[in-house]
Ligand binder design. Structure first.
Ligand code: FAD
Length: 304
């Protein structure tokens, strides 16, 4: 019997690139868990790992501490997220300088969510950067940085239409962004259609899909509603009845995420950004399935 099509994917693992996103931990216990996660994912040689930044700089110290630890205690390349929320441009510039002094060369530049919470009206700080495009321009001026920005396959909830949304992406690219990472999504057709629109608008940077392995379907469904990501009925159906069964939930979640990534590979995608939620298992399993394996000391990929 022939091997099922998808299990033969491991041979192309070497052609794929992954990056992982972490959030700065709040407690010693969360920090220990994050560090376990970092150590488990490190051998997969991601292109970079990014660390999020809370609204209004609320996680500034924790983001800086996490990035510093990654720089000093791992071989990973960190990318620091930055937002414009509730800060003057001088304050943001100072943070950029602190990261640069630490040795950070990659940033993910964002406007950020309103300090009052997702769904509230956004008011730029009077003396601050008005949006992510302005922040990208500031980073470009501050140094030789690799700058990623956000992209929204289902458009940002504040955008009246796709044209407005893609116009903002274009401004970010014109100002120096070289990669866009998408909001998570579960319907690959929406991503493909979005990339077509982006290309038609003359934007040619990589639009890297953001993949969210589902650790808790209930929480993801709630969060998706707030950030405008559609949860298809078939996805809800897969997790139906698993609330009290974490083991099966995890098995289903890894199958669902692997299936999504494999389908994107079939469509020609080669770079993936994983929202890890500071947990390694699901991401590690998906990477294994697509042939991203720990590198041997001689740099070769382990036999698939
Ligand atoms: P922008 O790119 O500036 O704008 C996004 C869209 O909103 C645009 O397409 C534009 O059409 C529309 N828009 C913006 N302003 C207006 C306006 N005034 N009127 C009409 N439409 C408007 N948040 C954090 O707080 N910290 C993080 O670390 C973080 N990391 C993220 C990483 C990724 C990969 C992604 C996709 C999102 C992340 N976010 C983070 C969430 C992000 O901050 C929010 O989605 C925020 O609402 C928009 O920020 P942005 O940089 O996408 O905004």
């Amino acid at each position: 019997m022939n091997a099922p099509r998808l299990s033969r994917r491991s041979d192309i693992g070497a052609k794929l690139h992954v990056s992982f996103e972490f959030f700065p931990p709040k407690t010693d216990e969360m920090e220990a868990r994050l560090w376990d996660t970092v150590q488990r994912l490190e051998p997969l040689s991601p292109e970079f790992v990014s660390v999020t930044y809370g609204a209004g700089g609320s996680t500034r110290e924790r983001t800086e501490r996490t990035v510093r630890r990654i720089l000093t205690e791992s071989s990973l390349i960190p990318a620091a997220h930055l937002t414009c929320v509730d800060a003057t441009s001088a304050e943001v510039d100072k943070v950029i300088g602190e990261f640069a002094d630490m040795g950070v060369r990659r940033f993910v530049a964002l406007r950020g969510d309103p300090a009052a919470g997702v769904g509230e009206r956004y008011h730029p700080h009077q003396g601050g950067y008005a949006n992510a495009a302005a922040l990208v321009a500031a980073l470009k001026k501050a140094g030789e940085f690799d700058i990623s920005v956000s992209a929204y396959p289902e458009k940002h909830p504040e955008s009246p239409d796709f044209a407005t949304d893609i116009e903002m992406l274009k401004r970010k690219v014109d100002n120096g962004a070289t990669r866009a990472i998408t909001q998570f999504f579960f319907d690959n057709d929406l991503y493909e259609r979005y990339v077509e629109r982006v290309r038609r608008a003359g934007i040619y940077i990589p639009i890297v899909p953001g993949i969210l392995p589902i650790h808790n379907f209930g929480q993801v469904a709630n969060f998706s509603a707030r950030c405008g990501a559609h949860v298809p009925a078939w996805l809800a159906e897969r997790f139906d009845g698993l609330q009290g069964d974490p083991q099966t939930h995890a098995l289903v979640a890894s199958a669902v995420a692997a299936e999504q990534v494999m389908d994107l590979i079939e469509r020609g995608v080669s770079d993936f950004h994983f929202y890890t939620m500071n947990r390694a298992d699901l991401v590690f399993a998906v990477c294994h399935m697509i042939g991203i394996r720990a590198a041997h000391s001689d740099g070769a990929i382990a036999a698939a």
